[in-house]
Design a protein. Structure first.
Length: 276
């Protein structure tokens, strides 16, 4: 057996094992703290690169979902406006029918006309206020609402706008229509019915657009959830395994410290050779 005060192979070996154990312990502690087995490129460059691509795709789908939700909200506002206008047209038709009664006295007809014109003007107010995120799908200012449909931004989904303003095709009623006379009231009945039919048809088209946006948003959310689950499989730490490994490494570390201490005591035996 060789004794030396310059070289202690036992201590060197013990230190190597202790350093390796400490490295494993640091990685395990980091995984427990972050919840990730691959938290940076140095942990696993290939897996980290794949995970970053997945994170980019998930972020893209979140943007798609936000865009679709904004589009859906604009359509919902338009639907609410259209439903209110449809209700107003029904009331106006009732007023016109009442005003078309030839036996109606002047005062009653004037009262009906006042109600009628108030309802007519309310349509214009509703159309002007049907705005979401600077989009108005019922005043003729735009032809459609568009939203992202893919995470790479190359595809769009659209829904057609419907102009529900007075005197603009769908609503054939003019901004000056009245039931101030029996003749005018009688003439407006068919106009109101046509406008009501057209508005209800426009509502059906808006509803179809809303359904299209909703379906696409649900699909995009499912894709995002699937990618997120796959990302978790790649980088998430198994906390039960990491906890068990932590306890094992802590015991191993303590044993390594003791082994190093014992190895460092070996040169002390040389002193006994010089005792007489």
């Amino acid at each position: 057996m060789t004794f030396s005060v310059n070289t202690n192979p036992g201590a060197q070996v013990a230190l190597q094992y202790l350093s390796a154990t400490q490295g494993q312990l640091d990685r395990t502690q980091e995984a427990i703290n972050s919840g990730l087995k691959v938290a940076s490129a140095k942990d696993d460059g290939a897996i980290y690169a794949i995970a970053q691509n997945q994170r980019g795709a998930v972020a893209g789908f979140q943007s798609v979902i936000n865009s679709l939700n904004n589009g859906s909200s604009a359509i919902d506002v338009a639907l609410s406006a259209g439903q209110s206008i449809s209700d107003l047209l029904i009331q106006m038709k009732q007023k016109a029918l009442e005003a078309a009664d030839p036996s109606l006295d002047t005062a009653s007809r004037q009262a009906l006309n006042a109600d009628f014109t108030a309802l007519r003007d309310q349509i214009t107010t509703i159309v002007k206020n049907a705005v979401f995120n600077n989009f108005n799908l019922v005043d003729g200012s735009t032809t459609q609402v568009a939203a992202l449909a893919s995470a790479d931004g190359t595809r769009r989904i659209t829904a057609s706008a419907q102009n529900l303003s007075l005197s603009h095709g769908i609503v054939t009623l003019t901004t000056t229509a009245t039931v101030s006379t029996q003749v005018k009231a009688s003439a407006l009945i068919s106009t109101l019915q046509k406008s009501l039919t057209n508005v209800n048809s426009a509502l059906a088209k808006l509803s179809a657009g809303a359904a299209k946006f909703s379906i696409q948003a649900s699909f995009s959310q499912k894709l995002s959830d699937t990618l997120t689950a796959g990302l978790g499989n790649l980088v998430d730490a198994n906390m039960a395994q990491e906890s068990a490994l932590l306890q094992s490494l802590q015991v191993k570390q303590q044993l390594g410290v003791q082994a190093l201490a014992i190895a460092n005591q070996a040169p002390q035996t040389i002193l006994s050779l010089f005792n007489h």
